[in-house]
Design a protein around this ligand. Structure first.
Ligand code: GTP
Ligand code: MG
Ligand code: NA
Length: 338
């Protein structure tokens, strides 16, 4: 329940962009995990959902002193692959989201799948924020762990700032060629018409701390992450109240069908709206099952479901909950028609 009486669900945010721009690394940075280095060839091959509770976001954005009032319970972020062969997954991710992060490598500018992602977002009229990632690659960049980007930028030499401005202007020009106005987020006076750019860094750095024994500390750089989180949540809760208003009607989409050792076929679903409760009768692709895992889960959330016979499920279809007055056979038919 929100502080101001609004009953909002968590916004769903999709991370998109060209391969190796740092989408998964950015998520690792926010989560404090290291998923990216465990991926085969460092290439994301599936879409996965991660939930960030509001308290987590509040903590991460404290330094921005925005007296941020968070009216949403959290943020559900969906990672997508940037490799050219995964257009279908990018399309599915962008179809689910309320808002998106478009990641651009500051050293590479706009690349083919950046433009493909842009077109998917334009087609669905989805608002997005540009993360201009890998700012640490600028020559002479001084790491300021997890600092708001303006603070980090102020610590840099004039030369680094000049390199940054050069790259920024070049990339703004490339967006212009795609018909889009962009601006650094803290200079952007007309969000909605002009898309905001947040410079970020998500690399893992090794800090060698000398003592009687050598101590190595591995940490993520994380500059600009607080800005990115705050901007996303504030923008979503300010401009999407109607869309994010919580509804009791279950809206649930299958993200992925996959085999997990020891569990057989499992499905990853995104609960976009409504609540799933322990014991709910659910139907996917004509298959009936009972939802068991948690007492109650409220939207938006990513959930893994295991059951017999899930191998016939198709990603992109809906999951239905059978209500007390519903006819099970009708719902099974509806699910088959998806
Ligand atoms: P796909 O999911 O395969 O499309 O890639 P991705 O966009 O998720 O990129 P990923 O997180 O796999 O990062 C790709 C490479 O860039 C890895 O080697 C990362 O360590 C590196 N990388 C990511 N973010 C940064 C950054 O901010 N700075 C630097 N220097 N390297 C980064
Ligand atoms: Mg990835
Ligand atoms: Na990668």
């Amino acid at each position: 329940p929100a502080q101001n009486g609004q009953n909002l669900r968590s916004p769903i945010c999709c991370i998109m962009g060209h391969v190796d721009t740092g989408k998964t690394k950015l998520l690792d940075c926010i989560r404090g995990t290291n998923v990216q280095e465990g991926e085969a060839g460092g290439i994301t091959q599936q879409i996965g959902a991660t939930y960030f509770p509001a308290e987590n976001i509040r903590e991460r954005t404290m330094e921005l002193k925005a007296d941020a009032k968070l009216n949403v319970p959290g943020l559900l972020v969906i990672d997508t692959p940037g490799h050219e062969s995964f257009t279908n997954l990018r399309s599915r991710g962008s179809g689910l989201c309320d808002i998106a992060i478009l990641v651009v490598d500051i050293m590479h500018g706009l690349e083919p799948q950046t433009i493909e992602s842009l077109n998917l977002l334009k087609m669905r009229n989805t608002d997005f924020i540009v993360a201009l990632n890998k700012v640490d690659r600028l020559n002479g960049w001084k790491t300021c762990r997890n600092a708001p980007i303006r603070k980090a930028m102020n610590q840099q030499t004039k030369n680094v700032q000049d390199q940054f401005n050069g790259k920024l202007n070049q990339i703004r020009g490339q967006f212009m060629e795609q018909g889009l106005n962009t601006e650094l987020y803290y200079k952007n006076k007309s969000m909605g018409e002009t898309f905001s750019i947040v410079p970020t860094s998500a690399i893992r750095t090794l800090n060698f701390v000398a003592s009687s024994h050598m101590l190595v500390i591995v940490a993520n750089s994380g500059e600009g992450i607080p800005d990115l989180l705050l901007l996303l949540v504030q923008w979503a809760q300010r401009t999407m109240v109607k869309r994010l208003t919580y509804s009791n009607e279950v809206q649930c989409t299958v993200l992925e069908v996959k085999v997990v050792e020891g569990h057989g076929t499992t499905i990853d679903v995104v609960l976009v709206n409504g609540v799933l409760r322990e014991g709910d009768q659910v139907v996917v692709c004509g298959l009936q099952g009972t939802y068991l895992h948690h007492k109650e889960i409220k939207a938006a959330q990513g959930i893994k479901i295991t059951a017999q016979g899930l191998e016939h499920t198709i990603a992109g279809t809906s999951l239905y909950v059978v209500g007390p007055r519903d006819d099970l056979e009708n719902i099974k038919e509806a699910a088959m028609e998806d």
